[in-house]
Structures are given as structure tokens and as C-alpha cells.
Design a protein around this ligand. Structure first.
Ligand code: FMN
Length: 308
């Protein structure tokens, strides 16, 4: 079973991915958070740095993109290929209002004609493997049969399914029935993504879908960055590891961002998830939420107890 780290905007930057791969290991594939080539096909500075080969020397990720403009996609895919990548991932899941209003991400799922003409173009004219990360519908899981039928018309390298609708955002029940449909009927190999927070969650999912060969972990892996290692039979995470990992990230971000303030915000995003391991540590959580000082954040996490 391949285990991958989901793309998480604001968290899984190249700094995070490289450090995670070196420090914890256990993860077979990483994805960049979405990179949006603008309609004139320029790539923003942040996205560009995230995919530069020299910034990805520890582990080569799969580059994810978010667009509904076929010309932008095709040009961007060409650039991705020139940079030495073999696969590009298309984001058809992002639920954010600004993205959806522009008919991108999961917003494209309710624009069936636009989606079809976009997929027709990109699959005809791109010279790189294309995988898709999708939700099961915009408003209702009833939309999924039609969406899957559409996907089945293309040579998709892999279909990563997060079995929720856009309207669910990241909350609510996982729709296992819809995932079963993808598992049974998708022409492309499928990958499962959603709510894997523990080794038990992983084992249950694996048990439900015995022929699955890829599971993607998102928030669970941010909260417990050793989760993939644990799933593969390695040691459980310790508080000391979390603290040391944080210091390594802090040093690297400080060097790149030259700002304690920006570094603090990067670490805060991560710690809001890592604090899930310490449900009784309300005082530390309050500091993580409220502090504007890197030194204060680092001092607060030093006081966390060992994990049981
Ligand atoms: C803060 C945050 C940022 C995310 N950014 C992206 C992104 O850039 N691209 C993407 O496809 N999904 C993104 N997602 C969705 C995750 O990749 C994943 O599909 C989702 O969290 C469900 O998996 P999980 O339950 O394992 O977390 C993001 C989710 C969160 C919470």
C-alpha cells in the first residue's frame, strides 16, 4: 500500500515536505499544495518556488494545479514536465468560496459542460500523466455517478477520491457508499482520502477495500507526523520528536522568510493540528492560538507532557 501526504495549502510547503521525509519518513508520495497558473499562464512566485527541482531534492512531489482554463493547464503541464516531473494532479476538490465562485476546484463539478470541454482539451494536448483529486459532488452525492461516468472517458493516471461534497467542506460523515462506487466502477486506479487519523482508521479502510493500493492522509498526518511510520510498523510519535521537528522547521523557515513573525504563523498552522494529541492542555492551546511571538510558541510546546 502506498501512503501519501495530501496537499495542504499553507502547511505542506517544500520546507515541510523535505523535513518530514527526512525526519519521520514512512511517506511514499507527497503532493504540492495547489499551484494556480493565472489565465495568462504565469505562475505565482510561491508556487514556482514550491515546484523548483532544487527545492525538492529530498523527495520529488507530484505537482498539483488548480485551474479551469485548458490553455493555462497545458502550458503549465509542459513546464512541470520540463522540470522533470512525470505527473500532474488536477484539483477538483477545493471547497473555498473564492475558488468555487471562479468555477475552479469543486466549483467545476457543477459545471458539467465546462468540465467536459476542459478535460477533452487537457487530455488531448498534454504530454504528461494526469491524475485527478476529486470530491463526489457539489451539493449532493447523487451527482457522483454522472461525474464518474465522465471521468471514465479519459486516461486518468489515478483518481483520488475524498468522499464528501463541496457543501460538506471537511466536516460531516464520509460517504463510503460513494467511495465504493468509485472503487467498483472507476476505470482509473483509485486512491482513498479522508479522515484517516489513526492506524486503526487506516486498517479499517484497508479492510473495506482490499484491492486498494494507495491511501492519502491529510490532517491526521499533520496532527501526528509519524502516522505513516506507525502504520508501517515503526515507533509511535513522542512529544520530544514533535518539539525537535518544530525547531528544525523554525530554523529553516527563519532562514527563508527572514522573519520570526512569518515563521511563527507557519508553525501555528501546524500546531493547531498537533495539539489534537494533547486534549487536556488548554493553556498551551490558548498560547498556540493567540500568540504572535515565535519564542512564546516554542516555549509553550516545551511544557507539553510525554504522550501515553
Ligand atoms: C488547511 C487545508 C489545506 C488544504 N489544501 C489543499 C490543497 O492545496 N489541495 C488539495 O487538493 N486539497 C487541499 N486540502 C484538502 C486535503 O488535501 C484533504 O483532501 C482533506 O483534508 C481530507 O483529507 P483528511 O481527512 O485526511 O484531512 C486542504 C485541506 C486543509 C484542511
Amino acid at each position: 500500500m502506498a501512503l501519501s501526504f495530501a496537499p495542504l495549502e499553507g502547511i505542506t510547503s517544500y520546507v515541510y515536505r523535505n523535513t518530514h521525509a527526512e525526519y519521520f519518513g514512512g511517506c511514499d508520495k507527497y503532493y504540492t499544495p495547489f499551484i494556480s497558473p493565472s489565465d495568462n499562464t504565469k505562475i505565482g512566485r510561491k508556487g514556482f518556488k514550491d515546484m523548483l527541482p532544487e527545492n525538492n531534492s529530498v523527495i520529488k512531489p507530484i505537482v498539483q494545479t488548480l485551474t479551469n482554463n485548458s490553455e493555462s493547464f497545458i502550458k503549465f503541464a509542459q513546464k512541470v514536465k520540463e522540470y522533470g516531473y512525470d505527473e500532474i494532479n488536477l484539483n477538483l476538490g477545493c471547497p473555498s468560496g473564492t475558488v468555487v465562485n471562479k468555477k475552479r476546484g469543486s466549483g467545476l463539478l457543477r459545471e458539467k459542460e465546462l468540465l467536459k470541454s476542459f478535460l477533452d482539451e487537457i487530455f488531448e494536448k498534454s504530454h504528461i500523466d494526469i491524475s485527478i483529486k476529486t470530491r463526489i459532488g457539489f451539493s449532493s452525492p447523487d451527482e457522483f455517478d454522472e461525474i464518474l461516468e465522465l471521468y471514465n472517458g479519459y486516461p486518468i493516471k489515478e483518481l483520488i477520491v475524498h468522499p464528501r461534497c463541496r457543501e460538506d467542506f471537511y466536516k460531516g460523515e464520509i460517504n463510503y457508499e460513494a467511495f465504493q462506487t468509485a472503487y467498483d466502477k472507476s476505470r482509473a486506479p483509485v486512491c482513498y482520502n479522508g479522515n484517516i487519523f489513526t492506524t486503526d482508521d487506516y486498517l479499517q479502510t484497508k479492510g473495506k477495500y482490499p484491492n486498494l493500493n494507495h491511501i492519502m492522509l491529510g490532517r491526521g498526518a499533520v496532527a501526528n507526523p509519524a502516522l505513516m511510520r506507525e502504520i508501517k510498523g515503526g515507533d509511535r510519535i513522542t512529544t520530544a520528536e514533535m518539539v525537535e521537528f518544530t525547531h528544525i522547521l523554525a530554523d529553516k523557515y527563519n532562514r527563508i522568510l527572514s522573519s520570526d513573525h512569518f515563521t511563527m504563523h507557519k508553525l501555528k498552522e501546524i500546531w493547531l493540528f498537533m495539539m489534537w494529541n494533547f486534549p487536556n492542555e488548554e493553556k498551551v492551546l490558548k498560547t498556540v492560538r493567540r500568540t504572535e511571538k515565535l519564542s512564546e510558541l516554542l516555549r509553550a510546546i516545551e511544557t507539553l507532557p510525554a504522550l501515553g
